[in-house]
Design a protein around this ligand. Structure first.
Ligand SMILES: Nc1ncnc2c1ncn2[C@@H]1O[C@H](COP(=O)(O)OP(=O)(O)OP(=O)(O)O)[C@@H](O)[C@H]1O
Ligand SMILES: [Mg+2]
Length: 110
């Protein structure tokens, strides 16, 4: 889908990495959940791709901490969420303890 949108192979690979990190977090912390891809259409004719990773797991009590490089509650590298944030143009996380997590990110075509 990223290639159909017009992204290069290397951009599509970065998008695939973001999808995989978000999916891996769901599997690790909040199974089950879902990852949905959809075309993004911005103002001024911008096009891109939006990824929505959603689950009804335990949620994230401290979002700022979860976004910090190196923070992991599970002995992981703690680079998943901050990495996704750097790879994508827009990053939104909605989560609260006990209320599940939704991460919505968009990459615009340059
Ligand atoms: N969907 C989620 N539900 C609940 N907690 C989450 C979810 N995604 C991330 N977290 C919390 O945020 C922390 C940071 O996530 P991040 O992906 O950055 O690192 P990690 O998964 O621990 O390690 P890495 O992805 O580098 O292997 C996690 O350790 C976990 O506590
Ligand atoms: Mg992770």
């Amino acid at each position: 889908m990223a290639l159909q949108t017009g992204f290069t192979v290397s951009e599509a690979t970065l998008i695939a990495t973001a999808i995989s990190e978000l999916a891996r977090n769901i599997v690790s912390y909040a199974n089950p959940g879902s990852v949905t891809l959809k075309p993004a259409n911005g103002a001024n004719g911008a096009v891109g791709i939006t990824i929505i990773a959603s689950d009804s797991g335990p949620g994230i009590a401290d979002i700022a901490q979860a976004l910090r490089d190196g923070y992991s509650s599970s002995g992981g590298l703690g680079l998943g969420l901050p990495g996704v944030r750097r790879l994508m143009d827009e990053f939104d996380i909605n989560s609260r303890a006990g209320g599940g997590t939704t991460v919505t990110v968009t990459k615009w075509l340059p």
